[in-house]
Structures are given as C-alpha cells and as structure tokens.
Design a protein. Structure first.
Length: 319
C-alpha cells in the first residue's frame, strides 16, 4: 500500500480514536463524506494501522499465590483466575498480567534477558511504551526459526527494546544444532560469546516454562524435537524446561545429550540472575512449574489457576 494512503488512514484513525472526534467532524475537517470516513476507519483496522485491544479485569487467586510461594520458596507468585477461559484467551490475559509486572520491575540501566514463546509475545504486545535510554535487552537462547517469527527470541528482544526505548543484542544461532562438535564451535564464536558474556550481568530474565507433554511442547511444535526425543526425555525423568534446560520433578537439571547441542545461557548463569521470571499457564504445565521452581531457574512465577492447582496437587502428593 502507498505511503500516502497509510498516512491518510493513520490520520483518520488518530482523529477518531485518540482525539475522540465524531465521523461527521472528521468528514468536515478533511473534506470527505461521512460514509467515506467510515470506510477509511474500517480499512485502517483491516490494514492494522489501528488495533483495538480490550483489557479485561485481571482477577487473581491470592490464596493460591501465598500457598505456592510458601511451599516452593518463590519470591513472587501471581495466579490468574481462569474460570472458563479457553487456552488462547488465558494466554493473552497471562501476557497482560506479566506485562504489568515487568513494567513495575524494570528500571533505567537494567539489562533484561528474554527467551521465546507465545506467552512472552502476549507480554510484549501488552507493554506500555517507556522512555528509557539505558535499558538493554538480551536474547538468551538461540533462535527457533519457526513459521511464527513473532514468538522467536530475536523478534521478542527487538520488540521489548523498542517498547522500552532501549537497545538489544541477539544470539545469531539456532537453539539446538545437529551435533555436539558444532555446538562447541559455535559457542567459541566471537559474536555469540559477546552476547553470552553479557548474560553474566543480567538483572532480570523473562522466560517461558516448557513441558514434555506432547500437545503443549513448544520444542516439538518448532520442529527441534521429534516425538521419540520427547519419549527419551521423559524416560530420563524430564518434566519440563526453561530455556531448553530440562529438569526432573525434584528440580535436578538432567544430563541429557540434547543439552550438549543447545545454544544459550548456562544453567549456573541463569541461577545467578536476581529476577528469574517464569510465565506458563494451563494444567499441562503444573509439573513443569514444580520442577522449574525447585531447580532454581525461576524465582518469580506468573501462572493461571489451573496450572497452580495442578502444581499444588503434585507437590502435596510428593510430600
């Protein structure tokens, strides 16, 4: 579409949605008919010049928050009341809750790491712009190269930096490579080492929590793992992952071949970060959340009611 047309759509949308002018007022001001203004507003939405987002009240389950925080030793827990929300709507609201939390934690001069995933995309989409000048955002695991680049690390790092007004660094490598030798060679690459060295100074990391449950496995959907790989991880005791670092229900990071082909932040580096925020929802993530908290890879948790109840069920069963 031509730039002049986009400028017109943006102007009409701005007058209507931001300046609260009526369609008739805009028509008089710009010299168009009222019906033409109506068509231009519709076109603006179709061309994504303007997007409409409804912010529902984010009701929380304070009793579940306290119980999870106490039993797992987490510094912060927020549990979204899910009610009958379908999974996709729950993720959108979870992302909005995460956005409000991140806005309250981020400050000028911080270095923030980000992994990848749908929940993190929803978080970045819901962030309000800030005028920081010295925020730096870091991609902390290799890229997925998925069919949906908006959930991938490079795009998320760029989006987070743009909304805060800061800078960003990417990790120019796949998340999982073909063999251990290639992984070792890439980890010696100067550009990768520069980014990973910056991870030693992270103030906060914002990450998804993955599962080995096939229907909810992001690594399986991205094509990095096959069903047989998930079976191998399950037999090794894996219940989930953070940044493709797999752990068992007791929180022990596993010694599995996959980890030797992985490009990203090291577990010991991740544990040293002051704020390690894990975002995950849905019943299938209950055991993953339990393992993530026990592993020390997460100390702040944002989740939903169904995942929290499932995590507690596992936890009380263990105890």
């Amino acid at each position: 579409m031509e730039r002049d047309r986009l400028e017109l759509l943006a102007k009409v949308a701005s007058l209507y949605y931001l300046d609260n002018q009526s369609q008739e007022q805009i028509a008089v001001q710009l010299g168009y008919s009222r019906s033409m203004i109506s068509r231009l507003l519709s076109e603006a939405r179709e061309q994504r010049v303007v997007e409409i987002r409804v912010h529902y009240p984010l009701e929380r389950c304070s009793d579940l928050e306290r119980e999870l925080a106490d039993l797992l030793g987490l510094e912060r827990v927020q549990v979204l009341a899910r009610r009958s929300l379908p999974y996709e709507q729950m993720l959108r609201r979870l992302g909005e809750m995460a956005a409000r939390t991140v806005e309250g934690l981020v400050a000028e001069g911080m270095t923030v790491g980000i992994s990848w995933g749908t929940a993190l995309r929803e978080m970045t989409n819901n962030l309000n712009p800030r005028g920081y000048t010295s925020i730096h955002v870091l991609q902390i695991i290799g890229a997925l190269d998925t069919r949906d680049p908006d959930i991938d690390g490079p795009n998320l790092a760029r989006s987070l930096a743009q909304v805060f007004g800061g800078t960003f660094s990417t990790l120019p490598a796949p998340l999982i490579v073909e063999n251990e030798r290639l992984s070792e060679a890439l980890m010696r690459d100067r550009s990768l080492r520069r980014t990973l060295d910056q991870a030693e100074k992270l103030d906060m990391a914002v990450m998804g929590i993955g599962t080995v449950y096939p229907r909810r496995s992001s690594l399986l959907r991205a094509g990095y793992l096959e069903p047989d790989d998930l079976d191998d991880l399950t037999r090794a005791g894996a219940v989930g992952d953070v940044c493709a670092i797999h752990f068992n229900a007791q929180g022990q990071v596993l010694d599995v071949p996959l980890h030797r082909r992985r490009i990203g932040i090291a577990p010991e580096t991740l544990r040293r970060i002051p704020i390690k925020m894990g975002i995950a929802g849905g019943e299938a993530k209950g055991l993953s959340i339990l393992g993530a908290a026990r592993s020390g890879l997460v100390n702040h948790l944002i989740t939903d009611e169904s995942a929290a109840l499932r995590a507690l069920q596992y936890l009380k069963g263990d105890d």
